[in-house]
Design a protein around this ligand. Structure first.
Ligand code: NAD
Ligand code: TYD
Length: 350
């Protein structure tokens, strides 16, 4: 019976992970610690907020005293660490916010867990959720494996790479029972519309331009978010301590082809004439240091733990679009206020 501290549970992936654990493991106690930055939203958890095994605490993972108090009060047996600053474009504008939360925040969590567990690691797990972006950028061929050398190139990926190294340092130095997974790009419900897929869905609904960086030839490997959190569940329960697992969809798309697929499906669902959304595609100034291609080799996870993605991309995208069309209030709430300012700053200069 675990008492789990989930960090960043009000964000995109964190909310799916929290929902899965709260529902699937009623015997576990789940405490969600989230600072509720622009990306954290308690509306993402409305359907589980009254479950008896779920508790929310608003707080910052860089606040070591808060963490010490929480560990001491709740006697956590496990941490599922999702909280992070997660958007590459924001990391280009404000790198220090990423170093602070992703590096210092992760180190603070490890320190608080280490102090509380005090060398008694039986039935304890510190699970760090990370990204494939730590491996850098691929050329046209090849895949990232768990032994690919780290080569991060954006402030976001460098801060995540640093946090991965610190987690491993606690494993090697203090024998902390850690697990790490590095996943490819996620998509699905509750995805904040600063990222490519939800941003384009939102703009197509509102007949606004679809900004494609550079020539749209960059490649990403997309995985449905529920498949990601299913993989985390499997690794959490059956993965080996001290190991890293890559998680990916074997589902590579150039940005331009992906956006065209979105346009095709949305014309259909919105009853618009074929080809009308594609006319919104607008090529804009490229992202600085834009990584060309990410692609994950997830064969270790398949071979050792039997995990595979469950959804084909076209089906996952269709489910995702349907969710956004059915949740226009959610979209309205998250795109008011700060989002308008962000959007103007990011896109009007491109
Ligand atoms: P997100 O930006 O949607 O959510 C991040 C959450 O963390 C928010 O709820 C936010 O309020 C919270 N948070 C931020 N700073 C905090 C702080 N200092 N203290 C407490 N809470 C804080 O991010 P996401 O896309 O859900 O990503 C979650 C994790 O998964 C991140 O670690 C990210 O690096 C990793 N990841 C994301 C993807 C992806 O495609 N989105 C892919 C692979 C890995
Ligand atoms: P994003 O969703 O920000 O994820 P990441 O940068 O972590 O992979 O971007 C996915 C791809 O889409 C990436 O190659 C950048 C590109 N992109 C655009 O072309 N236009 C946009 O408005 C955004 C947000 C991203």
């Amino acid at each position: 019976m675990h008492k789990i501290l989930i960090t960043g549970g009000a964000g995109f992936i964190g909310s799916h992970l929290t929902r899965l654990f709260v529902r699937k493991y009623p015997g576990y106690t789940i405490v969600n610690l989230d600072k509720l930055t622009y990306a954290g939203n308690l509306e993402n958890l409305r359907d589980i907020e009254n479950e008896p095994n779920y508790h929310f605490i608003k707080g910052d993972i860089t606040d070591l005293n808060l963490l010490r108090n929480l560990f001491s009060a709740h006697k956590f047996t496990a941490v599922l660490h999702c909280a992070a600053e997660s958007h590459v474009d924001r990391s280009i504008t404000d790198p220090l916010a990423f170093i602070n939360t992703n590096v210092l925040g992760t180190a603070s969590l490890l320190q608080a867990a280490k102090e509380e567990w005090a060398g008694d690691y039986e039935n304890k797990i510190f699970y760090h959720i990370s990204t494939d972006e730590v491996y850098g950028s691929l050329g046209e061929t090849g895949f990232f494996t768990e032994t690919t050398a780290y080569d991060p190139r954006s402030p976001y990926s460098a801060s995540k790479a640093s946090s991965d190294h610190i987690v491993r340092a606690f494993y090697h130095t203090y024998k902390m029972p850690v697990k790490i997974s590095n996943c490819s790009n996620n998509y699905g419900p509750y995805h904040f519309p600063e990222k490519l897929i939800p941003l384009c869905i939102h703009n197509i609904i509102n007949n606004k331009p679809l900004p494609i960086y550079g020539k749209g030839e960059n490649v990403r490997d997309w995985l449905f978010v529920e498949d990601h959190v299913r993989a985390i569940d499997v690794i959490f329960h059956n993965g080996k301590i001290g190991e890293t697992y890559n998680i990916g969809g074997h589902n590579e798309w150039t940005n331009i082809n992906l956006v065209k697929e979105l346009c095709r499906q949305m014309d259909d669902k919105l009853g618009r004439p074929k080809g009308s959304s594609e006319k919104l595609i607008t090529y804009v100034t490229d992202r600085a240091g834009h990584d060309l291609r990410y692609a994950i080799d997830a064969s270790k996870l398949k071979k050792e733990l039997g995990w595979m993605p469950s959804l084909q991309f076209e089906e996952g995208i269709s489910k995702t679009i349907d969710w956004y069309l059915a949740n226009t209030e959610w979209l309205k709430h998250v795109t008011s206020g700060e989002y308008q300012h962000y959007y103007t700053e990011q896109y009007h200069k491109r």
